[in-house]
Design a protein around this ligand. Structure first.
Ligand code: G
Ligand code: G
Ligand code: G
Ligand code: MN
Ligand code: NA
Length: 254
């Protein structure tokens, strides 16, 4: 309860930070987007991780306000990168179960996009496989409305849930993100690359792009590329960092 109080204060006082991590095409090395990741710095110079405060924000309902704040910040950043001559970058935003199920999600997005002059195609909504496995008709309908608005949708942490092929096809997502736990074991145990290959083939059969999360070594990237994986994200390319550092990284690498 104390932590929730602190979180409310931190949001009100604009103390939360948005870090960004690039997503890279394995075909040509181009940046296809950035994932926005929340950070809560504390007075002693350490961070409280989103794994701790997002569930708290969800239980209290604060997540709706926090999500709207993040969306505003991300739009502001997209405009700022554009003004710096870095082009129209795309940003992926994580949306939790409570946010995804809240009836204002699509309207909130439409409003912010218009307010900041950001194209809908510059936003991707990441939902976890567990969110995607709730009441089928509702999930399909929300994804349909998001796509109608023009934003894209990815399924995060893919492989940790139990979606079927038929189910995935109905969801009509734009991207599958292979969970980090499988990528970590590539080169260590045989089964992990097989699982990654199955997800890649599954995605491609359905016309969905596939991104590997948590790529840390050149060997992992090479094996994934050879297996037809479209995109990757991970420490090998860049760690999540504040926007100005990403701007610098973009100017140096692209
Ligand atoms: O960046 P890190 O590995 O610490 O993130 C831990 C978890 O927190 C990840 O599952 C990530 O999706 C989630 N997360 C990070 N930022 C946000 C956010 O803005 N909203 C939601 N709902 N989850 C987030
Ligand atoms: O063009 P289309 O919307 O079908 O593409 C969806 C995504 O699937 C693209 O981003 C593309 O990168 C990815 N993709 C990569 N390889 C293949 C493939 O062999 N077959 C299909 N259908 N899609 C692929
Ligand atoms: O669940 P989600 O995929 O949204 O969360 C991504 C999380 O993975 C973030 O917390 C981010 O900090 C972390 N991450 C990103 N790249 C790597 C990586 O290469 N290795 C590890 N261990 N974690 C990573
Ligand atoms: Mn994510
Ligand atoms: Na993930």
């Amino acid at each position: 309860l104390d932590l929730l109080h602190d979180l409310e204060a931190a949001i009100r006082q604009q103390q939360l930070l948005v870090y960004y991590q690039p997503q890279i095409s394995l075909t040509d090395g181009a940046v296809i987007g950035m994932e926005a990741l929340l950070r809560w710095p504390t007075a002693n110079g350490q961070f409280i991780g989103p794994d701790r405060f997002i569930p708290l924000a969800e239980q209290s309902g604060l997540i709706i306000e926090l999500g709207d704040w993040l969306l505003g910040k991300v739009c502001e950043q997209i405009v700022s990168w554009r003004n710096e001559g870095l082009g129209d970058l795309k940003v992926a935003i994580n949306v939790s179960m409570v946010q995804f199920n809240h009836d204002t999600l699509v309207d909130q997005l439409a409003l912010r996009l218009r307010q900041y002059g950001v194209k809908p195609s510059q936003i991707e909504i990441e939902i976890t496989e567990s969110v995607a496995m709730q009441t089928l008709e509702d999930v399909i309908d929300t994804i349909r409305r998001l796509k109608q608005l023009g934003v894209t949708v990815s399924i995060d942490d893919f492989g940790t849930g139990f979606s079927s092929l038929a189910y995935l096809q109905k969801l009509n997502a734009d991207r599958l993100k292979i969970d980090r736990s499988f990528i970590r074991e590539i080169g260590v145990n045989e089964g992990s690359l097989s699982i990654a290959e199955m997800v890649i083939n599954l995605g491609h059969k359905l016309g969905i792009a596939v991104l590997a999360e948590g790529v840390e070594t050149a060997e992992q990237a090479a094996l994934l590329r050879a297996s037809g994986c479209d995109e990757a994200q991970g420490y090998l390319f860049a760690k999540p960092a504040p926007a100005r550092m990403l701007g610098q990284w973009l100017r140096e690498t692209q």
